[in-house]
Design a binder for this molecule. Structure first.
Ligand SMILES: Cc1cc2nc3c(=O)[nH]c(=O)nc-3n(C[C@H](O)[C@H](O)[C@H](O)COP(=O)(O)OP(=O)(O)OC[C@H]3O[C@@H](n4cnc5c(N)ncnc54)[C@H](O)[C@@H]3O)c2cc1C
Length: 281
């Protein structure tokens, strides 16, 4: 009989150091492991995720929204969706939660070197990309121009205000926002996030597109970037599927013959095209 080394899968106790209210639905949790040695030994890359638990409220995968180059705390940005995430939203600084991981394949930050990077995010999709963007900023000479296009449903849904402000001040970064529908006081762009592509000047032959958001937005954006000349290998996304174990055992998160937890969550469009994936239909 196969035995599994369960100690590798036990959640470690972690303490919430700070909570940032990004909007009415999204909070960013800055977290440190209770055991300093565990905190110091954590190694992860942007695109990977942790399985997060609150006692009696279940467990769910949440991507790192921090960059491993910033070691004081790890960040998880969480949209209130169901049982676990609602319980997280009720927590306060100083409260505990459980963390196991990191899991999943990260963005290949080496193959992205020397390329211009186009980040396209919708809603909570900016959370995993925040980690990649800040990683690139902390290795600024390794990456070319950075373009960030961020779409929200309404102006009041815009999250990550502090980050956006910093990114908009950085040279070599273009960060543009749009909303699906306006509200009083909004004088910015209105329209789908792909509309912002008309406002930037990017050469697809030396650029990679990194896309994250709701399934329909991912599909439409990958298609639009492909039409604009981006090669499928240079179009990268991170997929979400309902997931129980995070380590390739329960198979809840299968994408055709692949698993989001172990083969992904980061996939290129070229990889997705070999599978029957709803986002590309
Ligand atoms: C790799 C990865 C990274 C992620 N990163 C983030 C992140 O950074 N931030 C973030 O906010 N979210 C993230 N998610 C999404 C998050 O894990 C889910 O929203 C998770 O379900 C929330 O758990 P919950 O207990 O709060 O909600 P749940 O109780 O699981 O409910 C959430 C939604 O899932 C539906 N659902 C419940 N059970 C099932 C089922 N058996 N089959 C299908 N649907 C079901 C519910 O109806 C509801 O609409 C990520 C998901 C993956 C796979």
């Amino acid at each position: 009989m196969q035995t599994i080394a369960t100690e590798n899968y036990l959640p470690q106790s972690a303490i919430i150091h700070k909570i940032i209210n990004e909007n009415s639905q999204i909070k960013t949790f800055e977290i440190v492991f209770a055991n300093q040695a565990v905190h110091d030994s954590l190694k992860y890359l942007p695109g990977q995720f942790m399985m997060v638990s609150v006692p009696h409220c279940g467990e769910a995968p949440i991507s790192f929204s921090s960059s491993p180059t910033r070691t004081d705390a790890i960040c998880l940005s969480v949209r209130k969706a169901g049982q676990l995430t609602s319980a997280m939203h009720d927590l306060k600084a100083g409260d505990n939660l459980g963390l196991r991981g990191p899991y999943g394949t990260p963005f290949d930050m080496v193959s992205l070197k020397d390329r211009d990077l186009l980040f396209v995010a919708g809603g909570i999709g900016l959370a995993p990309l925040r980690g990649v963007i800040n990683y690139c900023l902390d290795h600024r000479n390794d990456y070319g121009q950075i373009f960030i296009l961020y779409g929200s449903r309404l102006p009041s849904d815009i999250a990550f205000h502090e980050d956006i402000k910093l990114w908009q001040q950085e040279s070599g970064i273009t960060c543009l926002l749009t909303v699906d529908a306006s509200e009083p006081g909004w004088d910015g762009s209105v329209g789908l996030v792909t509309k912002l592509l008309a406002d930037i000047n990017i050469d697809p032959s030396k650029s990679s597109g990194i896309v994250c958001g709701p399934p329909m937005m991912i599909g439409a954006t990958l298609k639009e970037l492909s039409n604009r000349g981006f090669a499928d290998e240079n179009l990268i996304t991170t997929m979400e599927r309902y997931m129980k174990c995070g380590v390739g055992i329960c198979r809840h998160c299968h994408l055709d013959d692949k698993l989001v937890c172990t083969d992904g969550p980061v996939f290129t469009r070229a990889q997705l095209k070999t599978m029957d994936v709803a986002e590309l239909r």
